[in-house]
Design a protein around this ligand. Structure first.
Ligand code: NDP
Length: 388
C-alpha cells in the first residue's frame, strides 16, 4: 500500500467555507480543440467546493483510504524540519499545486528513496527538479488543460486592468475620493493596440481568441507555428523570436513554461527592447522575468505596468519588491485555482492516481517525465538543462 503526501495551501483565515457564493459550476464536456476533460471512474466531491486547501484534500481521502493507502495532507512545506520534509522519505507519491508549490529539489529527491510519482494538481511542473526526476526514474504528471482557460481569463482581466488603470481608480473610490484626473492620467483604450503572446499553447491561444473581439492587432511567437487557418482566422502576425515580437507590441503576455530556455528571459536587455510604456503580463512563472529588472523598468517608465500572479519563491516573502513596485497589478498565485479549475484538476489528479494503481497508462497529455526521460506533453513543451 502506498503513502501519498499531498501539499496544499492553507484553509481560509476564517475557516473552511460552510457555504459558497454560487450553487455550482457549469459543466464542460470537452476543451477547445477536442481534448477530453478529466474522466476518473468516480469523484467523491461536489464540483464548486474548495478542494485546493488542506481541508479540501482534493477530494481524495475516501478514495485512497478505501484502497488501504495512507494520505498525509499538509501546508507545511518550507520551514526547517517541515511536515513535508519529515514525511517525504517514505512517500511513494507526492501531490502538489503550483500555487503553493512543494519544491521537489534534487536534494529532496535524493532523500525520497521511495518516491515514484510526482503529480502536479494543475499545470506547470517546474517546482520539480525534472533533471533529478529523470535521473531517479520518477514519473512526473500534470493535469494539462485543467486551468488553461482560467488563466486566459485572468490574463485578459489583467491586460484591461493595467491599460485602463482600473486598480488605482478602484482605490480612489474605496478611499472616499472622486479624483477623476488622477484616475485617467494613466488610462488608455486597448482598442488598436498591438498585443503579443510569448507562447501560443493552450493558454496563449485562448488569450488570443478572447482578445480578438477587442479590435487589437494580435502577435505571437512560439517554437512551433500555429496552423495557417488559425493565423488567418485571428489575423495573427508570427514573429520568429521574442525580440522581434516585443519591439512592436504595446502589451506582451507571457504564456510559456519555465524551463532552461525561458528562465530570466525578460531581463534588462529584453525589457530594454520593448516599446517604452509597454505593459508586461506574466501569469506563467515568476522566474521567467528577472525580478529586479522588472522593478527597474517600472521605476524608469520603460514599462507602464506589470501584472501577473506568479512569483519566486511562493509564498512571496513580505518584503518581495513586486509587492511595492509602482504600477503593478499583482495577485497571489490564484489565476489557475478558481473553484471551477479546482474541480477539473482534482478530477484529473484522481484519474492519474486510478491509472497508477490500476497499472494503466497515464494519458500522454498528462505526462511530463516518464521512463527516465521527458515524455508526452513534457517532451513537447519542456527542455532539460544541458548537464542533465
Ligand atoms: P502549453 O504547453 O499548452 O503551451 C506552452 C507553449 O509554450 C507551447 O506552445 C510551447 O511550445 C511554448 N514554448 C515553450 N518553450 C518556449 C520557448 N522557449 N519559446 C517560445 N515558446 C515556447 O501550456 P499552457 O498554455 O497550458 O501553460 C503555459 C504555462 O502557463 C505553464 O507551463 C505554466 O507555467 C503556466 N500556468 C500558470 C498557471 C497559473 O495559475 N498562473 C496555471 C496554468 C499554467 P511547443 O509546445 O509548441 O514546443
Amino acid at each position: 500500500m502506498a503513502k501519498i503526501l499531498c501539499v496544499l495551501y492553507d484553509d481560509p483565515v476564517n475557516g473552511y467555507p460552510k457555504s459558497y457564493a454560487r450553487d455550482g459550476i457549469p459543466k464542460i464536456a470537452t476543451y477547445a480543440g477536442g481534448q477530453s476533460v478529466p474522466s476518473p471512474k468516480q469523484i467523491d466531491f461536489k464540483p464548486g467546493a474548495l478542494l485546493g486547501s488542506v481541508s479540501g484534500e482534493l477530494g481524495l481521502r475516501k478514495f485512497l483510504e478505501s484502497q488501504g493507502h495512507t494520505l498525509v495532507v499538509t501546508s507545511d512545506k518550507d520551514a526547517k524540519n517541515s511536515v513535508f520534509d519529515r514525511e517525504l522519505p517514505d512517500a511513494e507519491i507526492v501531490i502538489s499545486q503550483p500555487f503553493w508549490p512543494a519544491y521537489l529539489t534534487a536534494e529532496r529527491i535524493a532523500k525520497a528513496k521511495k518516491l515514484k510519482l510526482a503529480i502536479t494538481a494543475g499545470i506547470g511542473s517546474d517546482h520539480v527538479d525534472l533533471e533529478a526526476a529523470v535521473k531517479h526514474g520518477i514519473t512526473v504528471a500534470e493535469v494539462t488543460y485543467s486551468n488553461s482557460i482560467s488563466v486566459a481569463e485572468h490574463v485578459v482581466m489583467m491586460i484591461l486592468a493595467q491599460v485602463r488603470n482600473y486598480i488605482p481608480s478602484y482605490k480612489w473610490v474605496v478611499d472616499g475620493g472622486w479624483n477623476i484626473a488622477d484616475c485617467v492620467e494613466r488610462a488608455y483604450d486597448l482598442e488598436a493596440m498591438n498585443v503579443g503572446t510569448v507562447g501560443s499553447g493552450r493558454i496563449g491561444l485562448a488569450v488570443l481568441r478572447r482578445l480578438k473581439p477587442f479590435d487589437v492587432k494580435l502577435h505571437y511567437t512560439d517554437r512551433y507555428r500555429l496552423p495557417e487557418a488559425v493565423e488567418k482566422e485571428l489575423n495573427l502576425t508570427y514573429h520568429p523570436s521574442v525580440e522581434a515580437l516585443v519591439r512592436v507590441c504595446d502589451v506582451v503576455t507571457v504564456n510559456v513554461p519555465l524551463h532552461a530556455e525561458t528562465e530570466h528571459l525578460f531581463n534588462d536587455a529584453l525589457i530594454g527592447k520593448m516599446k517604452r510604456g509597454a505593459y508586461l503580463i506574466n501569469t506563467a512563472r515568476g522566474n521567467i522575468c528577472d525580478r529586479d529588472a522588472v522593478v527597474r523598468a517600472l521605476k524608469s517608465g520603460q514599462l507602464a505596468g506589470y501584472a501577473g500572479d506568479v512569483w519566486y519563491p511562493q509564498p512571496a516573502p513580505k518584503n518581495h519588491p513586486w509587492r511595492t513596485m509602482p504600477h503593478h497589478g499583482m495577485t497571489p498565485h490564484v489565476s489557475g485555482t478558481t473553484l471551477s479549475a479546482q474541480a477539473r484538476y482534482a478530477a484529473g489528479t484522481r484519474e492519474i492516481l486510478e491509472c497508477w494503481f490500476d497499472k494503466r497508462p497515464i494519458r500522454d497529455d498528462y505526462l511530463i517525465v516518464d521512463g527516465g526521460k521527458l515524455a508526452g506533453a513534457g517532451a513537447h513543451s519542456y527542455s532539460l538543462r544541458k548537464s542533465a
